[in-house]
Design a protein around this ligand. Structure first.
Ligand code: DQA
Length: 157
């Protein structure tokens, strides 16, 4: 099982960027923590960060036929990007949107996520732990899909 973890703009600055909101943890530290959990659950992870909308769209499209699921923090693009929403809807993979901060407890312009309606679920507000929760959820979703496929296979025989 392969899951692609996509980070949007400014998330490369985690640890430096507004630590009172996003914490002191760096993106590499989050990746290390995720890798440990993924290994234990037989999930292969690929990490991708970009500050460019088009590159994020290309990466989402690349997931079609090559990945089983997506964990994405679209960052500010969650609030603005119809194009990223359309890409997520197009590939139609199990997808979890994450936000380190609780976007509903912040400025009003962050309360709306354009991407949220086309993903499987959203986890927001648990700092770096948000990504761990997303991996846990993704593991459950993928196990459920595998189980359903096995059942269908048994019925077909
Ligand atoms: C964020 C929340 C967004 O509103 C913001 O623009 C970000 C980070 C989060 O992880 O809390 O860049 O997605």
């Amino acid at each position: 099982m392969k899951v692609v973890v996509i980070h949007g703009p400014n998330l490369n600055l985690l640890g430096i960027r507004e630590p009172h909101i996003y914490g002191n943890i760096k993106l590499d530290d989050i990746h290390r923590m995720l890798e440990e959990n993924a290994k234990a659950n037989h999930i292969t992870l690929e990490f991708f960060q970009s500050n460019f909308e088009g590159e994020i769209i290309d990466k989402i499209q690349e997931c079609l036929g090559t990945a089983d699921g997506i964990i994405i923090n679209p960052a500010a693009y969650a609030h603005t990007s119809i194009a990223i929403r359309d890409a997520l809807a197009a590939v139609h993979l199990p997808t979890i949107e994450v936000h380190l901060s609780n976007i509903y407890a912040r400025e009003e312009f962050r309360h709306k996520s354009l991407t949220a309606p086309v993903v499987t679920g959203v986890i927001s507000g648990f700092g770096a732990g948000t990504y761990q929760l997303a991996l846990l959820a993704m593991h459950q979703i993928l196990a459920e899909i595998a189980h359903l496929k096995a059942q269908q296979g048994n019925k077909a025989q």
